[in-house]
Structure formats: structure tokens, C-alpha cells
Design a binder for this molecule. Sequence first.
Ligand code: IVH
Length: 666
Amino acid sequence: MNELERIKELTKILDNANYEYYVLANPTLTDQEFDKYLRELESLEARHSEYDNPNSPTKRVGGMVIEKFQKIKHQIPMLSLPDVFSEEEIIAFDKRIRDAGITPEYVCELKIDGVSVSLRYENGIFKSGATRGDGITGEDISHNVRTIRSVPMHLKEDVSIEVRGEIYMPKESLIKANLEREKEGLPLLQNCRNAAAGSIRQLDSKVAAKRNLDTWIYHLPNPLDYNIDKHYDALKYMEKLGLKVNPANRIVKNIDEILAFIHEYGEKRNSLPYDIDGVVIKLNDLHMQEKLGYTSKYPKWAIAYKFPAEEVLTKLTDIIFTVGRTGRITPNAVLEPVIIMGSTVKRATLHNEEYILEKGLKIGDTVSIRKAGDVIPEVVGPKIERRTGEEQEFKMISTCPICGTVLQKKEGQVDHYCPNESCPARHTETLIHFASRHAMNIDGLGEQIMQDLFNLGFVKKIPDIYLLKNHKEDLIELEGYGSKSVDNLLIAIENSKENSLERLLFGLGIGGIGDKTALLLARKYKTLEELSTKTKEELETIKDIGPILAYNIVAYFNDPNNKEIINKLMEYGINQTYKGEELKNNELISGRRFVVTGTISFMGRDEIERIIDSYGGHASSSVSAKTNVVIVGDNPGSKATKAKDLGIEIWDEEKLYSIFNDLGEI
Ligand code: IVH
């Protein structure tokens, strides 16, 4: 056998070993044998660069670095699914199908919480992997897909085919990756889905390779080309080709069987090694699928049932205290790490002493956790029946955990405060607040990165944020921040220089000045300099500004440290004047011309026009060919008729109400 033949043979052996290990979970080679073959292949490939094969098993460890993502146009759009949340909606879906004259059989599948991917094979050989993108065009992530061991580089038949599925990060991989990252002081990966999405969008495939990503394949876009007329047969066919297809997929015949599947996996969900967020229900007959067709976004033959928020049990191992920007002390639950709705939860706020006492929490308790609003972890309460007697009573601290100053608690209030203005804990909180959404709104400068930048010494005080551009190379070095995200961050920082005064004023964090008061002051005094010259008495004359707020403002501007901050911000070109309110944006209103005619029952015409104005729309009184929308109320005049004649879009009262309501204007 010559060396080329041996390369081919080894490739086959190793590909098959990957298949057995990662797809079938049934290895037949030992790790030592696998390594021995892999090393032999590596050394042969090193001698024969002429046989370079991007799909070689030696490339699974990554190492390919691309400059930028190429676009891949999907031959068939990659659609998503309509979400439903109740049994009634499933019944309605079934009814809609029966009303179309179809006696349905369905396939129930797990809804994998990852990132969808489209894989292309030519003559059985892996060609490319693409993200969904906007559904029409995705990004070429082939270099990263090659590192996912369950994606075969050779199919078991020499077919040319496109298949779709989900790339996901197993729960175990997330926990392992985060243990590592914690040790290295890197920001933690938030949840399995984000981690998978972040990993496949890396230019360097070594990162994806390290993350142990996996796949489930669940969709064949062109089944009729392969003479397949049932979705379940398409799943079986893809499985036969060597792709990883979920064994949970099940044919069901009626609503009861759908509900039983949902119930079964609702129970099993926490013990699955990967995250699911629901169950997908698909019509099995592919000809009937075609008959039902698609809306612009969704197929009409499938729905995604989403599970309700889950509660899980874990152990409260400790309660620790953090100090906020204003010196407020927050007790936090330290929990044995659990994955809940896709993210690892290790901490949860316990708000204040009273909250803990009310819930009767003891350290060592088994507690139940849920995600409030699906995002913030919340301790629901202790499981008293699980107590062993080893639990310890909670005791509130009396001194600041950072600077040791004796804490204060004001009459009638629940929070404890550290009164030390120079407590170091306040610094990062101040920085985080400055960059936050309602303040300077610097995208990408969240809590974790700010903490990192502070710890690295890049940002100690607010003005240092505007010098970060001098640390560009250092930032790129930090794993997780990549060159594109650093570029975006620096752009966001530069853009924030142009913010109107109220954002800066709110961002400076003067005690008691919220975003509304900041706007009030910015409107009244127009510049930071003008505000800084006001006396307490002058400020107190403003409605809504009481003596404490007035005192805080004057004290702030008299403090030499704050004067230095403001001078530096001025020196670095940060705008300190009021620019008028920012225009809001909405595609239905912004840049369009409106005429209001007739009476709208829920709002006066002036108010409607003011709202249109605030979104950058134009309200005028006469209808012309330039008018985009005519809002027609009760007893409209000839304007409504003219609008109809000209074929202009008309919004009735109901439509206007629903748009304004969606925008939060009502
Ligand atoms: S089928 C045309 N099946 O959920 C139908 N999607 O909310 C294509 N997903 O974009 C999708 N598990 O990323 C399908 N078993 C499954 C799925 C699944 C997860 C994702 C997929 C899709 C999203 C829709």
C-alpha cells in the first residue's frame, strides 16, 4: 500500500471512529488506538502537502483562521417556527390542519436550544456549513463546523444533499468551559445557546474545537428529490447517511399523544444532557406540508410549543454581600451551580436582610430557583422538609465587606449602606452605571467587561473609558472579545461622545438623579457648566427637586475629584450640552408623512401629531400624493375619500391604537 492509499485508509478508520463515538455513542477503538492512527496520519500529511484535505480527521482540532465570514445564499430559505404556549393553541393548529381536509399524523421532536445550521454535502463529501443569517443569506462557518465531531465529513452514501439542524453546546461542556474561564478570570459564558452561537462565530476554529459542540439534524429541505414523502422517513434517511438524528423523535397520531410527548419531555428535560426549550410538532406527510405551504416567515405545517419557565432545586451554600455604586449592600445567594433554562446559575440576588428573613432562608438549605421574566434567577424559597439540622441561621453583617466601615440603615428603610464615599467597591459600579443603557448607552461595555477592564487597570475612572482606544491590541488579546467586537466597542465609545447632556448627567451618577431628573435639568440649564454654577436655593425652586437632591448636585460639583472628571471629559471631547430629545425610531412612522382626519376617541389630534413627530414622522393637514398614511377617526371629512382615491394607506382607530400601544405610547 502506498502512502496515499494509507492516508485514505487512515482517514476512513478515523472518520468511522468519530462516527461511532460521537454519533452512535458506541466506540470500538480505544483512545490509544485512535491517537496512534491520528499521529500516523498527521505525519503522512506533513510529508504530502499535495494531498491537503480540509476535511481530514486531523483538522478536527481546529487551527484554521479565516479573515472574515463569507456569505452563503440558502437555495431554500431557512425559516423559523411559530411559537405556541398552550394546549389550546396546539388544538387550534390541529383544527386548522383538519379544516384543510387533512387527517394528520405528526412527528414530535425536541426543540433544541442552540443555533440552526445548514450543511451541504457533494457526492457524500462535506462542503460547507452555514448559519441561518436572515433566512435568505447566512454565513459560511465551515471551518468551525469541521471541528464538530458528530458532523460527518463523509456520508455513508455518495449523495449531494443539504440538511439542516441545530448546533448546540452540551450542558456539561458549558459547565467545564466556565470552570476554566473562572480560573482564568475570563467572563463566563452565559448559557448553552449563546455559547454555541459565540463559538461558531469565531474566526479561529480552535475556539470552536475547544467548546465540544454537538449537533442534532432535523430537517431535509428537499425531501421529494430523494423520493421521500414522509418527514419521519427523511429523519431516518439522514440517520442512515451517518448524521446525528435525535432518537426522541416520535410519530404521533392525535392531540393526546402530542400532549403525552410534551409531558414526558417536560419531566425529562432537566436530566437531558443538552438544553431544550420546547417541543416541535410537524405534519408528517410531506405532500400535505406542500399543500399547506408557508407564510413569509413560517411553515404552516409545524409549530414550536415552548415550555413554561422551570423551577429547579439546588443548595444555598452561602450568602455573600456586594456593595453597589451608592454604597448599598446587597446580600447574594451563592448556589451550587445548576443549569436553568439554558444558563448556569450560581448566584441570585436576595435583595436585603428583610427579604431573606421573610423567606426564612438558612445557609445549607435546599432551595428552589426559577428565572424571573425568563432572565434573572430568583430564589423561590427553602425546602423545609429537606433540612438536616446542619443549616446555619442567616445573620446580617454590620460592617462593609470591602472597606470595613460600620454600615448604616436609615429609619424605615430596608437597605443597609456603606457610608464611605471612597469605598473601592463603588468604583466599578460607577463605571458600569456610566456606560449603561439609559446613561451613555455604550453597547458592549457591560458589567463583566467593565470589571475586567477595571481589574486590568485599563479603566479606573470614568474618563479612562475614552482612552481605551489606546489599548486596542490588549483588548483583542482577551479571549471572548475578538477584533470585531473590540472594533464595535471602540466605535460605540466614540459615538457616545455625541450624546445629549441628559445621558451624561445621568451617567455621572449624582446621588438621587435618575434619568427623568437628568432630562429635566438638561432641558432647563442646557449645559453642564451652567448647572454646575447653581446654588442649592436656586435648584430648589424647580418643581421635583427637593433639598436633598439640590444638596447632592451642589456637593457633586464642588468635589475636586468630580471637577477633574468633568474637565477630562471635556478635554476628550464628550458633549456637555443639551441637544433636544432624541428622535425615537419606528419603521411604521419614522420618515413618513401623515394626515389625521376625524375624531380619535382615545387621544387628541395634537397629542397624536406630537407622538408622530417624536418618531421623526411628519404630520400635515392636507392629503397629497406625498402623504404616506391617513389616520381616519370618527366623522372624517373629504380627506378620507381623497386618501382612498389616491390609494394611500389608511389607519383606522383600532390600528392606530395597536401601533401606539405596541410602542408604549398609550
Ligand atoms: S424545524 C422549516 N426542528 O427552532 C422548519 N427547528 O423556532 C425548520 N429548532 O430556527 C425548523 N429544534 O433553530 C426544527 N427539532 C427542531 C428544532 C428546531 C430546534 C430551532 C431552529 C429553528 C427554531 C424555530
